[in-house]
Design a protein around this ligand. Sequence first.
Ligand code: 5GP
Ligand code: ZN
Length: 120
Amino acid sequence: MDYRVEMQSSCLFCRIIRGESPSQFVYQDQLVVAFKDTRPQAPVHVLVCPTKHIPTLNDVQEEDNALLSHMFQVAKSLAVQFSVHETGYRTVFNVNAGAGQTIYHLHLHVIGGRLLSWPP
Ligand code: 5GP
Ligand code: ZN
């Protein structure tokens, strides 16, 4: 079985996507869902997740290009929805433990609503 298409019962974000774990969706379509982070790092902190289980950006394939593009389009729309598109926001994929990834189901952080320092 291709682990990238199979929903993983052990994966927290797969459970959220299936509605088995509580979460407040702020956007949903066939390819992605978006919900608020339970430990927000800024006034706006939303996660955009593919409905397909992909562990990390390292596992993204050429065939996923449209999905990745869509994730950024959704992130852009959420920035408008939460009124940070003009003040500024950040989109982040943490990849593996050294970058702070804790949930191994691909997700794009959309963070804004305060001044974000750089480097992070
Ligand atoms: P990562 O560290 O993998 O890049 O990001 C995982 C994010 O998921 C973290 O920001 C963490 O606060 C968030 N998170 C962890 N558990 C839950 C949960 O049960 N619900 C929601 N909405 N977010 C979660
Ligand atoms: Zn998953």
